[in-house]
Structures are given as C-alpha cells and as structure tokens.
Design a protein around this ligand. Sequence first.
Ligand code: S3P
Length: 167
Amino acid sequence: MKDNYDNIVLIGMPGSGKTSIGRILAKKINMCFYDLDEYIERKSGKRITEIFAIYGERHFRTLESCAVKEISSKTNAVISTGGGVVLDSKNMHVLNKRGIIFFINRPVEDIANDIEISCRPLLANDRDNIYRLYKDRYELYKKCSDFEILNDRGILEAVKQIIEILN
Ligand code: S3P
C-alpha cells in the first residue's frame, strides 16, 4: 500500500461506475470530487460528444492530458477519469506521482447491458464495441492500477471495498 498519496484516482472502462463511485466515496471520506470529463466540458464549454465531432479524438486527448495535469495538482481529491486516460503513459505517470490508483472493474456484460452509448463517441452507436474496448484495454487498466475493485455487487459495495483498502 502506498503510504504517501494526496489523491485517489479511479480508472476503468466507460460505464464501469467510476463517476458514481467517486462521488459517493469523496462524500464518505470527506474529500473533494473531480470528474475529468466534467472538468474538460466545463473548461471548453462543450460536451465531450461535441469535442469529438468538431475537433476529433486527438484534440480531445490533448485536452484530457491538460486536465490530468491541472487536476493532479490538487490535494485531498477523488479523481474520476475518462476510460481512455490510460492510453497515454504520461497521464498515468502524472496521476501516479501523487495518487493511489484503483481500477474499477465491472463485468463487461453488465456494462454492455446498461451503458448510455449516445454520449460515448468511441462506441460509435454500437454497444458491441464495448467488448472490443474491454479486450484492448483490460491489461492496461491492470498494469496502471495499485488496486483492482470488482464492481459486480453495486456501487455501495465497491465504495466499501475501497474504504477498507484505504484504512
Ligand atoms: C473515453 C471515455 C469517456 C470520455 C471519452 C473517451 C474512452 O469517459 O473520456 O468519450 O476513451 O474510453 P467515460 O469513461 O467516463 O465514459
């Protein structure tokens, strides 16, 4: 267990529960909550879908890396990331420096069953793309994390598991 960290970072697939878990966790342990995608949307004044549609994924990844740097400088923060943050090792280097990293691993069938695809441009309106993304990224999520949390028994149970590890 890392004994020196300022922030708690949640990584994992789109639809894995990072934002809901992060929000509840932050409240329970009295930390601030930041969602990387929300931060990017607020700063740019555009929805993630618009950023992808107008400027493309590459531009989004640039904004994402800037947001990672800015949010990582906070202390006492629970940071929920976008699913693709792990694709750039520099992002993970920055997040890892001052954060403890949890991979929220939700069974891919559960994700496919209830993910909102309209706001996820990478899925290109095809829910089956989630399986491909999971296969491509699973090892990366594992490699980039300090702990893996299996989110198969609801959000509150996942929050509980994280708190147990932190204690
Ligand atoms: C992405 C996931 C999204 C968002 C963007 C790209 C990805 O965040 O950052 O659409 O590459 O997996 P969520 O994981 O919150 O859906």
